[in-house]
Design a binder for this molecule. Structure first.
Ligand code: PRP
Ligand code: ZN
Length: 291
């Protein structure tokens, strides 16, 4: 039976905003598995791990109850469910905002204007806290899905829902009004398994791999040749993780310089290096960095 087969389990979103990034992250950790949205679980061939593909809304409870040992899910859902889970890592993808959106022609201008209005949401707990903090008395209409339709069906006046690109709100004649919560994907674990001597070693192995792939994200490895007299100038230019590696070459006037550079400053750095006398600059992608 799946529940008692003794293998570790990680729950990910079956189909939605987090699915592709979650699968890619697990693959970047060297895990080999087939992933089909139709099947509930995919066993890893080369790690003691099964991947459970379920509705993201169910992930915090699955992990809290120990049905899954770990999970990848949005902070927004953990907060709404108030789940007793341990957050091991923020993952840097799945960024979105829980926002109150209002109809295009709404007269609402400030938060106080929400007083007396009906706000449709699948996040009643977070919304109630937000309203309380802002001292606004509004009616929270708890919905189970398709929240963006609520104003046009006159079920609610405004909505509180996740906004990522903003397309869903716009297509339904709504405009974002204010942010209630910012969220991104996190890796969570059941608190008890972190103390489980049998499971802990595998969790640690997986954590190291995850951290390595996250650390490498957005970084490139640079290699170049440089005249010896340019070394100090080049060292100033390189925003390396640590100091760059400098290796002597057969030609005593030249050295090879290796360094890690972030993607966003990469072209600037390249141009400066060239001006400083670097030649034969080679750039390669990095898969993982183990510190
Ligand atoms: C959220 C939200 C909207 C959509 C907004 O759904 O409920 O439908 O994303 O994205 P957009 O601003 O890019 O249009 P989610 O991915 O959480 O799926 P779910 O509600 O089915 O769980
Ligand atoms: Zn969901």
């Amino acid at each position: 039976m799946l529940a008692t087969n003794g293998r570790m389990k990680i729950a990910i979103q079956r189909s939605g905003r987090l699915t592709d990034d979650s699968v890619n992250l697990l693959r970047a950790c060297g895990l080999s598995f087939e992933f089909q949205k139709q099947s509930l679980y995919s066993p890893c061939r080369n790690f003691n791990l099964d991947i459970l593909a379920i509705r993201d809304d169910d992930i915090p409870e699955y992990v809290q109850d120990g049905v899954a040992d770990m999970g990848i899910v949005g902070e927004n859902i953990i907060r709404e469910r108030n789940a007793k889970v341990e957050v091991l890592e923020t993952l840097g993808f799945g960024g979105c905002r829980l926002m109150i959106s209002i109809p295009q022609r709404s007269p609402i201008r400030k938060i106080a204007d929400l007083r007396g209005s009906r706000i449709g949401t699948t996040y009643p707990n977070i919304l109630k806290t937000f309203l309380k903090t802002n001292k606004v008395k509004a009616e929270v209409i708890e919905l189970s899905g398709s929240v963006e339709l609520a104003p046009s069906l006159d079920v609610a006046d405004t909505i509180c829902d996740l906004v990522s690109t903003g397309t869903t709100a716009k297509m339904n004649g709504l405009k974002p009004f204010c942010t209630v919560l910012e969220s991104q994907a996190v890796l969570i674990a059941n608190p008890a398994i972190l103390r489980d001597k049998k499971k802990k070693p595998d969790i640690d192995r997986l954590s190291i791999r995850l951290k390595g792939s996250l650390e490498a994200r957005g970084k490139r490895y640079l290699m170049m040749n440089a005249p010896v007299q340019s070394i100090s100038r080049i060292k100033e230019i390189l925003p390396s993780l640590k100091s760059p590696t400098i290796v002597p070459l057969a030609d005593p006037n030249l050295v090879a310089v290796h360094s890690v550079v972030a993607e966003d400053v990469f072209w600037d750095v390249m141009e400066k290096l060239k001006k400083a006398g670097a030649t034969g600059i080679i750039v390669v992608p990095i898969e993982t960095i183990i510190q």
